[in-house]
Design a protein around this ligand. Structure first.
Ligand code: TYD
Length: 140
């Protein structure tokens, strides 16, 4: 298996249809994102100063969209780190498997929409950073 890097995680432009009554953005699994969408969830009402995430996934692909407001996503592959700011509902951050992520700097009223390639499975999570580093080293 190829070892994933933070540079495999890209901000993808999403389809946006504009008219005078407002905009619509469409995300179709396997068409606009490189995975089939099996699960959708969203984070909201984050208190100021709070952080979310703080884990990695072994197999899960995700597309993260700031459907309202803005926040930062820190990506970490065990070697390199990158911070991506999301602040537009027509762009989504693709996160590949094997990336430690943290979300923070949520603006007031922000909403973080997540499209995921798998149903919820706690065994796909790596919740401890040392375990994550060991997991990445084993793949090398
Ligand atoms: P978690 O993924 O740890 O949240 P975050 O990364 O945003 O900080 O999930 C928080 C809680 O919600 C945890 O108890 C697991 C549960 N959960 C589900 O039951 N199903 C899901 O699809 C998700 C994403 C979380």
């Amino acid at each position: 298996m190829k070892i994933s890097s933070v540079y495999d995680c890209n901000v993808l432009p999403l389809v946006k249809i504009h008219n005078r009554a407002g905009n619509i953005t469409i995300v179709e699994g396997e068409n606009n994102v490189p995975f089939d969408v099996k699960r959708i969830y969203y984070l909201y009402d984050m208190p100021s100063g709070e952080a979310r995430g703080g884990h990695g996934h072994k197999a899960l692909y995700q597309l993260i969209v700031a459907t309202s407001g803005s926040f930062d996503v820190q990506l970490d592959d065990g070697v390199n780190k990158r911070i991506v700011r999301l602040n537009r509902p027509d762009y989504g951050l693709l996160i590949v498997p094997g990336i430690w992520r943290e979300l923070f700097e949520f603006s007031s009223g922000s909403v973080c929409l997540v499209l995921a390639s798998l149903k919820y499975d706690e065994s796909d999570y790596i919740r401890n950073y040392s375990d994550f580093q060991r997991y990445k080293n084993k793949l090398q």
